[in-house]
Design a protein around this ligand. Structure first.
Ligand code: ZN
Ligand code: ZN
Length: 107
């Protein structure tokens, strides 16, 4: 029922003209917001800069899921061992056979 029409506003940040559509005007009027002073992109960038929750920073190196395996030489049998960490050389590395805890001697 509204007789609102799209309007063109000028962004106070970048001075670009942007559309303030009739549906947006309704949205703003419903919530008694004053009409936007900035274009959507400037609003988004302002929200990002003061928000602090940067979604873009996350998700680069996901922990869990596929684990990268490094190959090393087993300190016990000398065969190739696959380990889920970067072998430093200072600590002994064991292959899956030798890594198994020797519990059989315990009774
Ligand atoms: Zn702008
Ligand atoms: Zn081994």
């Amino acid at each position: 029922m509204s007789m609102m029409t799209d309007r063109t506003l000028t962004c106070s940040d970048c001075n670009e003209a942007f559309m303030f559509t009739s549906s947006e005007q309704e949205f703003y009027a419903e919530r008694q917001f004053s009409e936007p002073r900035r274009c959507p992109s400037c609003r988004a960038s302002r929200k990002l800069s003061r928000g602090g929750s940067s979604e873009s920073a996350r998700g680069s190196d996901s922990y869990g899921g596929t684990r990268q395996m490094f190959s090393a030489t087993c300190s016990t049998c000398g065969r190739e061992a696959k380990v889920p960490f970067q072998p430093t050389g200072s600590k002994p590395v064991y292959c899956s056979d030798c890594f198994t805890p020797q519990r059989s001697s315990y009774r």
